[in-house]
Design a protein around this ligand. Structure first.
Ligand SMILES: [Zn+2]
Length: 379
């Protein structure tokens, strides 16, 4: 590794000048800084330096968890840097100690090093993403032919015809409010009645106290007084609304998954492009890929909806709720089914397909396991 000429200006571009190929091969951390060639404990010469490695020795066995710092002159830092100095030898320093020795030049070298380290991590991640693509491709191929996709579509169409468009629109509203299935109970509003009676003149109160119920009503009407009985509505809970995704027939998981698989192919295809990959474009491409995979997981999650919707307790709640709907035709439910009798007295039912199973997303976990570094560092 050649050192830059002793700097008149501070600008240190040693790392910035490395090619992608060099960055991919480069180690930026060391767990045994003492073993590097040319490591010295002597006072370093002034002049040009480069920050070469980072170390973090926390957890290293025995008393070796700290490295001897050339500035402090004893093992003082868990974390620090290996610097290469102007005569080509190396020194270990803590971050602040490096600054004390080399001032702004050290800060400059450290920034140069950090930027390259980040860039290299993203380049290595890009490589692993590309290498792990077959795991995704195979998993998505299995997913796209999984029988739950067709079963979901047929259950969704069935349940829509049983519930009807209007009930589904109302249920959509319930789902958006997020407060579950409820009904409104009409109850006397005693507080409002109390307030209304307080406004009556003593003459009215005296006259009305002698009247029976029917006469009282006539008296109130004749004198333009409000009704004595006031009502209000109280919201009563029935139960949570679940499996609403089954009712949204316009977004079938099968169609969305097909589209997402295509977008994913394009996204990885773009990553394969042989271009100069900067940190920003790498981070963006990698984020887009993660988001697409997240959307795939959400589609598989949607496939859970029939299991939740056709749960017996949930169906009972739906039937109870329908009874309180002004336009609802009565629905019946049994274990795993909901339906009604049509005009020919034939049962029209929607039910959970026997043996219905949500496909596994194990391949996505396997893909990430192959992409993420073994030390868990989000590269
Ligand atoms: Zn130090």
């Amino acid at each position: 590794m050649a050192l830059p000429a002793p700097a008149h200006a501070h600008r240190n571009t040693y790392w910035r000048d490395r090619t992608e190929k060099e960055l991919l091969k480069q180690e930026f951390t060391t767990s045994e800084p003492e073993l590097l060639a040319g490591m010295s404990e002597a006072a370093p010469p002034q002049g040009a330096i480069i920050v070469e490695f980072k170390y973090d020795l926390k957890g290293r066995k025995g008393t070796k968890s700290k490295a001897r710092c050339v500035h402090c002159k004893f093992p003082n830092h868990y974390k620090g840097f290996v610097i290469k100095v102007s005569d080509g030898t190396r020194r270990m320093v803590g971050k602040d100690c490096g600054r004390k020795l080399y001032g702004a030049h050290f800060t400059d070298s450290m920034l140069d090093f950090d930027a390259a380290y980040k860039h290299a991590k993203l380049l290595k991640r890009r490589q692993r993403l590309i290498e792990a693509e077959p795991i995704l491709t195979a998993g998505l191929a299995r997913l796209s032919t999984h029988r739950s996709l067709a079963q979901f579509a047929s259950m969704a169409s069935r349940v829509r015809s049983v519930l009807g468009r209007q009930l589904i629109a109302t249920l959509d509203g319930v789902a958006k409010r997020g407060d579950g299935l409820t009904y409104e109970e009409k109850v006397r509003d005693l507080a409002a009645e109390e307030r209304a009676s307080e406004n009556l003149s003593p003459e009215h109160v005296a006259a009305m106290s002698k009247l029976n119920r029917a006469d009282l009503k006539r008296y109130r009407k004749r004198h333009g007084l409000p009704d004595a009985e006031r009502y209000t509505y109280i919201k009563r809970p029935i139960g949570p609304l679940r499996g609403i995704d089954l009712l949204h027939a316009q977004f079938m998981p099968a169609d969305r998954l097909e589209q997402l698989a295509k977008e994913l192919r394009n996204s990885i295809g773009a990553l394969r492009l042989d271009q100069k990959w900067g940190k920003t474009s790498l981070a963006l491409a990698s984020k887009q890929l993660s988001e697409l995979i997240g959307q795939i997981e959400r589609q598989v999650e949607k496939l859970r909806a029939p299991i939740e919707f056709f749960d017996h307790a949930h169906l009972k709640a739906i039937c109870a709720w329908v009874q309180h709907q002004p336009t609802g035709s009565p629905l019946e439910c049994g274990v795993g089914w909901i339906g009604y009798l049509n005009e020919y007295d034939e049962p029209v039912h929607a039910q959970l397909v026997a043996g219905y199973e949500v496909p596994s997303t194990e391949f996505i976990a396997a893909f990430w396991a192959a992409v993420e570094q073994p030390d868990g560092e989000a590269a």
